[in-house]
Design a protein around this ligand. Structure first.
Ligand code: NAP
Length: 545
């Protein structure tokens, strides 16, 4: 209750996803008055919205849970190694009940503008219901993948069938209707072959009368190897939760998986084949982050795993021409987010499934009954857009954010994200961007790294409260150093060879326009070490007054 008299709240959090929920709980424990503003109708963020067919985790369920609610962990039985959306949503919904969060959340409300008052050291947020609220502190927890994008094709509005974006899948609390979408006897078209499209295509392919996949670029996908968790195994997981979380804290990407070998150099083809075969048949991201670490830095090493996965696709897809279309030719394995699949490639062996290569045969127009590509007309009843997100920075971009002297975030980030540790932006005091651009928690098994981040930030709030600090501001030179560090780390890897993924954004004007990395890819332990040192150095780089 530090300053409730001066402001509406001590802290306003934007977003009631996993990160925002935990942040509220922690700040409340410190005695602060807190309100969350949430654009959707319930808590859970991504798991509240993505209710499309086939939506499931590809982090192991028990590594995705909140570690700080031991009672819930002991009550909760995960059905599968990788739980489906309804189960994940139910877990976080129950977590919200346990923490009694909903009473302090304003749902179905967007922040349209946020402005810093330099004299009062406070923020005023304007909402789309015409209200305005003030607070000393503003924390954004808007999610990395919460602003869906739609493609644009001639005549799109003419289509008279049903159309859905994967993110806005109809469900009772969403405001987009509560009906189930039935694909039986329907001709369905899907745009998008990222993680979302791969899950949808596999599921819809099972029931649709006909499924047409409109593919722009294929992705490298690998088997999820999901399986039920039997009671004995669940009991064992419950007994080991602390070890599981400790393991995830120590690994490069916050999963249980981590590299077995630094390099593939000096290995024989037979040795590599045995390793790849083993990890291909192991569940989760072992295939991505569980063998040779230098697949991310050495074109030769990356070539080994890329060739192996291409061979698997050729083995699994019966028609060699379709197999070739499903094999990426423009990037190596793992350099974009790997979609995990459960029978995706076999979907293309069904006679009821057609793959349209949009590079070879582009869309010419939409009509009321379907889509005309350069070589054919595809009659459709339902269209699904799994076309991705304005990732990482989309949530902030949607709001009109003004720092000192009215400087806008758009101006500050004209040439790319500019942050200190991905947590604060110079000239935007008292604003913390949780799990945002250039932040160590964003390219990670999110709940594991988000929890760590919220712990770190709320520890800073302990100091803020004890010392009566009213203003915290990122030092500009430190932000420049961090931003350069993010790019230097990436430059040591193969990541900059593939910029057409959501890890990247386009910034700048004229000849300076180019792609900038949106995530920090130095890994979970390096980021943790860095922020620990900053804290040990009395929050070096955060100017407090
Ligand atoms: P995405 O990876 O960005 O994929 C978007 C897809 O839409 C791409 O295939 C893209 O093709 C295609 N696309 C975009 N515009 C198009 C156009 N105009 N015409 C044709 N195709 C177009 O998005 P996502 O699949 O929603 O996945 C985003 C992230 O969400 C994932 O990487 C993952 O981190 C997360 N996710 C996680 C899970 C899980 O944990 N199980 C599940 C789903 C998603 P191009 O490649 O040609 O651009």
């Amino acid at each position: 209750m530090a300053e409730a008299a001066k402001f509406d709240y001590d802290a306003i959090i934007i977003g009631a996803g996993l990160t925002g929920m935990y942040t509220m709980w922690k700040l409340r424990q410190l005695g602060l008055s807190v309100r969350i503003i949430e654009k959707n109708g319930d808590v859970g963020g991504t798991w509240n919205m993505n209710r499309y067919p086939g939506c499931k985790l590809d982090s192991e369920s028990y590594t995705y849970a909140y570690s700080f609610l031991p009672d819930l962990l002991q009550e909760w039985d995960w059905s599968n190694e990788f739980a489906s959306q309804p189960e994940v949503m139910e877990f976080f919904s129950r977590a919200a009940d346990k923490m009694d969060l909903r009473k302090d959340i304003t749902f179905n409300t967007r922040v349209t503008k946020a402005a810093f008052d330099n004299a009062a050291n406070s923020w005023t947020v304007e909402l789309d219901n015409a209200e305005a609220l003030s607070s000393r502190w503003l924390l954004t927890a808007v999610g990395a993948l919460s602003n869906p994008i739609m493609p644009s094709f001639p005549g799109m509005d003419l289509f008279r069938g049903e159309s859905y974006h994967s993110y806005y899948w109809p469900h009772a609390r969403s405001g987009f209707g509560g009906k189930e979408v039935d694909f039986t006897g329907k001709r369905v078209g899907v745009f998008g072959t990222g993680s979302t499209g791969v899950q949808i295509i596999t599921e819809v392919g099972k029931t649709a009368e006909h499924l047409t996949v409109f593919q722009r670029h294929p992705n490298w996908c690998a088997p999820l190897c999901n399986k039920p968790i039997e009671p004995e195994r669940m009991a064992e997981i419950k007994a080991r939760y602390n070890d599981i979380f400790a393991r995830c804290e120590s690994t490069t990407s916050g999963f249980q998986h981590d590299f077995r070998f630094a390099s593939s150099e000096g290995t024989t083809a037979e040795e590599r084949e045995a390793v790849f075969e083993e990890v291909y048949n192991q569940s989760g991201f072992e295939i991505w982050v569980g063998h040779y670490a230098d697949m991310f830095t050495s074109p030769v090493s990356n070539g080994y795993i890329t060739d192996f996965i291409a061979k698997k696709i050729r083995q699994r897809v019966k028609d060699p021409k379709i197999a070739e279309k499903l094999i990426p030719k423009d990037h190596g394995f793992g350099l974009k987010r790997v979609p995990m699949e459960s029978g995706y490639y076999e979907t293309y062996n069904r006679p009821s499934v057609t793959l349209v290569d949009l590079v070879e045969t582009p869309v010419e127009e939409f009509t009321p009954t379907g889509i005309r590509t350069s070589d054919a007309f595809h009659e459709l009843d339902i269209l699904i857009y799994a076309t991705g997100f304005d990732a990482i920075i989309g949530g902030l971009k949607q709001m009109d954010i003004h720092g000192i002297g009215g400087k806008t975030l758009k101006e500050s980030w004209a040439d790319g994200p500019f942050t200190y540790l991905g947590l604060q932006i110079p000239e935007f005091p008292n604003l913390f961007t949780l799990v945002g651009a250039h932040n160590g928690a964003t390219n990670c098994n999110i709940p594991r790294c988000a929890e760590a981040q919220v712990n770190w930030v709320t520890e800073m709030f302990t100091k803020i409260i004890e010392q009566g600090i009213e203003r915290v501001e990122a030092d500009e030179a430190k932000a420049e150093e961090w931003t350069q560090h993010v790019y230097d780390v990436a430059a040591q890897t193969l990541l900059p060879t593939v910029t057409n993924s959501w890890f990247w954004g386009e910034f700048g004007k004229g000849p300076k326009r180019g792609h900038k990395l949106l995530v920090y890819n130095g890994g979970n332990p390096a980021y943790r070490e860095r922020v620990s040192k900053v804290k040990a150095n009395d929050y070096e780089g955060f100017v407090m007054s």
